[in-house]
Every structure is written in C-alpha cells, then in structure tokens.
Design a protein around this ligand. Structure first.
Ligand code: BGP
Length: 491
C-alpha cells in the first residue's frame, strides 16, 4: 500500500467467467450435456425436456475456439488473475463415466498454457451452474448422496491434472443460490413446489460435505493450493428501524451466512440447528460427514457482489425487486440497473467488513459488474462503446474496496464479472452486457462474434497499471468522505 493507493502489492486484478456462458462448443470434444443445455431462457423459465437450438449457450461467445485471442486481450489490460470454470460435462460427459474425457482435459491444459504464457494466475471454479444433465435426470442432483462420490471422482481428476499449476480453487459457485434456484444451482429436478425443506437441506448438506472433501483432496495434492468457498454476497438492510424489520433482516442474513459459516467454522451454527428443529427438518448427517466438515475448512472466502437488499417483517411493504436470484425488498435510496438490480457501492464495503469481522479469513471478490445495454459507435480509432456508466459503476465499487482495505480487511483480489460480453445466467441474453470487450452477437443468435475494445477496456488497464491509484472518489459515488467533513462520529 502507498499513500496514493490502498491496494497492497500483489493484489490480484482480473475478470471472471463461467464455462457455459462463454465456451459454446456444447457438443464438441466429447462433451456431454449439462443442465444449462435445457435452460434456453435462463432461470426465469422452467427447463425444457431436451436441448433446443435457440439456446445461445450452445455457441455462447465461442471461447472454446477463441480462448487464445481472448486471453491475449485480458493480458493487454494487465490482468493478473482470470477466473473461469471447468465444465464438469466436458470431463465426465455422463457424470458417472469410469474414465475422464481426455479431449475435455486437454482443452483446459491449453487454456492454462495460454494464461501461463501471459503470467496470469488462474482461479478455477469447479462447479458453476453446469452439473452434467445426467446427474440431474438420474439422481435428482445433489439430493442424492451418490453425487458426492461422482463429484469426488471429478475433483480427483482435476487436482491430479492441474493441481500443480493452479493455486486458487473455488468449489461451488454461489453455493447459497440453491435456496432460490434449486435446478440451476443444485441440479435438482424436482419442481420447487414439490421440493420439501428436508430434501433441499439434504442436498445442501451433500454439497457442503463435497466442498470439504474437495478442500481435503486439494490440500493433499499440493500444500500450496488455496481452496475457497464462493457465496452470493448480499448485505441485508432492515427496511425501517422497527425492531421487527431488524430481526427479519437478521434471519435473511442467517439463511445466507450459514453456508460460509459451515465452510469456515466446520459445523452448523446454532441458528441453523434451530431452523432445522423448528421446521421439522431431519438431515442424514454421518459421523464421517461431521469429521470432514470440521477438519477441512476453507482457506479463504470468495463472493459475488452486485447489490444489497432490504428486508421487512411487514407483508404490505414487501415490494419485490428483480435481483440477482435473491430479489429482496426495494431500497428507496438506491438507483437500479436496466434489469432492476439496485446499485449500492457502499454495500460492498459493508459486506467486506461484515465477512472479515465474522471469519477473519482472506476475502476475494470474484464477481462484480453492471449488466447494461451497449451501443457500438464509431470512435476516432474505429468502432467502440462509450460505456461511461460501466466505468462509473466499477470505479465506485472499487473505491469502496479501497475503503475496506483501509478499514483493515484482507482482500486478495477483485474480478469483474464478464470482462468480455457473455450470455447472461438469469435471462440467457447477450444484450445484457458486462464486458470491457464487446462481442458482436445478438439475442437472436446473429453476429460475427468480432471482439471490440470498449472505453472501459482502457480505463481498467489504467486502474490495474496504477494498482488502483487512478480510481476517483466521486462526490455522488457513495459514502466516501474525508476525515474533515465527517458529519458525525460514533466513536
Ligand atoms: C451470478 C452468476 C454468474 C453471472 C452473474 C450475473 O449470479 O454467478 O454466472 O451470470 O451472476 O448475472 P446475470 O448473468 O444473470 O446478469
């Protein structure tokens, strides 16, 4: 850290993606189907019985064939980390195959070669909303304990193949999202209306045990490996100071925090045990499960951050908002994106402090970004997108990361979501764009897939080159004040 920037030397700067949202080549190289192949409209509509050709993810942005050029663009921005996921169905096309698919493994060797060539640290998500479809169809996803064994087989292959060249691993993307999207997040085929709480929490328990098992195998493979959990990070504010609202916010918080509490502390917290008792949830938890959870806790906590939500105990005030899976009650103080996601840079500082105070584990922001409509225009140096709105969003969030670092929070790094335009998870659109790099593809599937640098591309390159010194604390950027104009001090 220097006077001009709070970001420590070695802070990891980069971007994050998921296989199903970028790779395409859905049936190439021996790949099997995944649950994403039957979600052509994202999570908002139910799955289809079989794959349909209107699914943009079948081609996505063709990273499978264009990875070398895309990684070169990331390197041009100065990335020091790139988060991507491995498609489980590329490695085990049917989920329970006896041997892994060598073509699938070789693809990720090539991706890692390219990252190494550019000195970019890989950050690998083992399971990012892309469970092999056969596991959903034959076992009802994570409801079945058998899936722990299938996951173990997959994880052992990944660590033995890549464990000496990948240091940072994440087990399940946004593991707490299974509460809101059981099929996408947990491969659970049973419709939500028929899914009992016991089934849902049994599936969650199996994922938590599988995550601990992956941590164990990672550490045994290579003691330098660092395994993190990955949660949907959402600060929950009471809608009003009414103590009933404060308690409602605490309960929503608990429902989310339980996942990282188990990952970090190695056991179910008291409030979770009470919830299970109060709701007649009886889980099958073996002595071996308990031991795995207790002994193989994570090295760091990673999370996505897009928004905060409000909570209230008053049903009349529950005005729902579209949101990143969690929805939530609208906050009257915040603006929102074109997709109704409320924008709250200060919430990122809040959650960084909350997580640090709670667990004292290094934190990694592995997703943050603005989904927006972009227009390609002619600039002095050729086509571009003048995405000042994206620059403002990212600037203001990064300023808050800096504030949290000044607060003493240990932050390993920051990845924007979708450094290159990709297919949206919730709506399966191309037009919901996050990237620094524009990809010529429309929602109807037309387009040349040409890559074009946006204005934000050059902005992020400067941020990285200066290790954050070029970030600007803007007056409307939320909650950044100098000590002299502090309006009040609680100290
Ligand atoms: C997170 C997912 C990502 C990503 C992001 C943005 O929940 O981990 O896969 O897609 O949200 O969401 P969306 O694509 O729906 O805009």
């Amino acid at each position: 850290m220097t006077e001009s920037t709070p970001f420590p030397d070695g802070f990891l700067w980069g971007g994050a993606t998921a296989a199903n949202q970028i790779e395409g080549a859905f049936d190439e190289g021996g790949k099997g189907l995944s649950i994403q192949d039957v979600l052509p409209r994202g999570i908002l509509e139910p799955r289809t019985p079989a794959p349909t050709s209107d699914n943009l993810k079948q081609t996505a942005i063709d990273f499978y064939h264009r990875y070398a050029d895309d990684i070169a663009l990331f390197a041009e921005m100065g990335f020091t980390v790139f988060r991507f996921s491995i498609a489980w169905s590329r490695i085990f096309p049917n989920g329970d195959d006896e041997h892994p698919n060598e073509d699938g493994l070789a693809f990720y060797d090539r991706v890692l070669d390219e990252l190494e060539r550019h000195g970019i640290e890989p950050l690998v998500t083992i399971s990012h909303y892309e469970t092999p479809l056969a596991i959903a169809d034959r076992f009802d996803g994570w409801i079945s304990r058998k899936v722990i064994g299938l996951f173990e087989r997959y994880v052992r292959v990944l660590f033995s193949r890549y464990g000496h060249r990948v240091r940072y691993w994440l087990t399940f993307n946004e593991i707490n999202s299974v509460l809101h999207a059981p099929f996408m997040s947990g491969g659970i085929n049973t419709p939500v209306a028929e899914l009992s709480k016991t089934q849902l929490y049994q599936a969650i328990h199996h994922e938590l045990v599988a995550s601990a098992l992956a941590t164990k195998i990672g550490h045994e493979t290579n003691p330098d490996i660092r395994v993190g959990c990955m949660v949907l990070g959402v600060p929950v504010y009471p809608l009003t100071p009414d103590p009933a609202d404060v308690l409602a916010a605490l309960e929503t918080d608990h429902a989310n925090l339980m996942f990282s509490d188990v990952h970090v502390r190695g056991r179910y917290p008291g409030y979770a045990q009470r919830y299970f008792r109060d709701h007649g949830i009886e889980l099958e938890v073996t002595a071996a499960d308990r031991e795995l959870l207790a002994e193989h806790t994570v090295d760091f906590v990673s999370f996505s951050y897009y928004m905060s939500v409000c909570e209230t105990a008053d049903p009349a005030k529950r005005i729902a908002r579209e949101g990143n899976l969690m929805g939530g009650v609208a906050n009257p103080h915040l603006a929102e994106s074109a997709w109704g996601w409320q924008i709250d840079p200060g919430g990122l500082r809040v959650i960084l402090n909350q997580f640090w105070d709670r667990w004292n584990k290094p934190l990694f922001i592995v997703e943050n970004g603005l989904g927006a409509h972009d227009d390609l225009v002619d600039g002095p140096d050729g086509p571009t997108v003048v995405d000042d709105y994206r620059i403002a969003y990212l600037n203001d969030h990064l300023v808050q990361v800096g504030e949290a670092i000044r607060d003493g929070v240990d932050v390993l790094g920051y990845c924007t979501w979708g450094p290159i335009d990709l297919v949206s998870a919730s709506t399966a659109q191309m037009s919901k764009r996050y990237g620094f790099i524009h990809v010529d593809r429309s929602d109807d599937g037309t387009g040349t897939l040409t890559r074009t640098r946006k204005k934000s591309f050059h902005w992020y390159a400067d941020v990285i080159a200066s290790n954050g010194a070029t970030l600007e604390a803007r007056s409307d950027g939320c909650g950044v004040r100098s000590a002299s104009d502090e309006p009040r001090s609680p100290w």
